[in-house]
Design a binder for this molecule. Structure first.
Ligand SMILES: C[S@@+](CC[C@H](N)C(=O)[O-])C[C@H]1O[C@@H](n2cnc3c(N)ncnc32)[C@H](O)[C@@H]1O
Length: 202
């Protein structure tokens, strides 16, 4: 699957990974392990996204898209000899996957975590007004052919929570404070609070 946005924050304006405030809070809360340095897995990430705002932190990017600075294409291709991760992020990603594909991906991610690790999901929220507007915008841009793929599987917060639980992440917490809002800017102001953000642990 290809998404031709090149990882730019300008084209990804509703994701926490586009905003220094959100990245700093995620690092503070989930990448301070008892045994530093923390290791982060950014699934569907880009080098112009989260990693560019986390200098000095190990952020491994798994993304099959060419030209986004990925270290590996799919999580399932991360070798068994690679050190485990303390935090895995799936931001703006599961909207491209069917529920069974999300379930498989979460199982793959879980196998690559170490210690009391966290997995985070951030997605457009189909149950809020701004989330709905974001989804319509994505559909229109995709239909124009500018932003493939043009097929989505938008998952509600409840559905994402259930998928996390089924994968064994039973402690799921909503982090509304990590949703970008009009207060944030990088390089343009965040348009609206359109995503939900979940953080889960086994
Ligand atoms: C909208 S971008 C999200 C960018 C980034 N995560 C952020 O928040 O700024 C979605 C990305 O997910 C990637 N992707 C799609 N399926 C994937 C999979 N199974 N594993 C890893 N990445 C995937 C696409 O190639 C695309 O670059």
């Amino acid at each position: 699957m290809a998404v031709g946005f090149g990882g730019s924050s300008v084209f990804n304006r509703a994701s926490p990974s586009s905003y220094p405030r959100c990245v700093a809070a995620i690092l503070r809360d989930y990448a301070t392990v008892p045994r530093p340095p923390a290791r982060i897995l950014d699934v569907g990430g880009t080098e112009r996204g989260f990693r560019s705002k986390a200098p000095g932190v190990t952020v491994v990017i798994a993304n099959p898209q060419k030209g986004v600075g990925a270290d590996v294409d799919y999580v399932s291709n991360i070798g068994p000899d690679v050190e485990g991760f303390d935090l895995a992020m799936l931001f703006g990603l599961i909207m491209y996957l069917k529920p069974e594909e999300v379930a498989g991906l979460l199982r793959d991610v879980k196998q690559r975590l170490r210690g009391p690790a966290t997995v985070m999901i951030a997605e457009p929220d189909p149950e809020t007004g701004w989330g709905w507007a974001e989804i319509q915008a994505k559909k229109i841009v995709a239909a124009l052919g500018a932003f493939p793929p043009d097929r989505f599987n938008f998952h509600t917060k409840g559905q994402a929570t259930e998928l996390l639980r089924q994968a064994g992440f039973n402690r799921v917490r909503e982090r509304a404070d990590l949703i970008p809002t009009f207060r944030d800017s990088a390089p343009l102001p965040a348009p609206r609070p359109a995503y939900y953000v979940l953080a889960a642990q086994v």
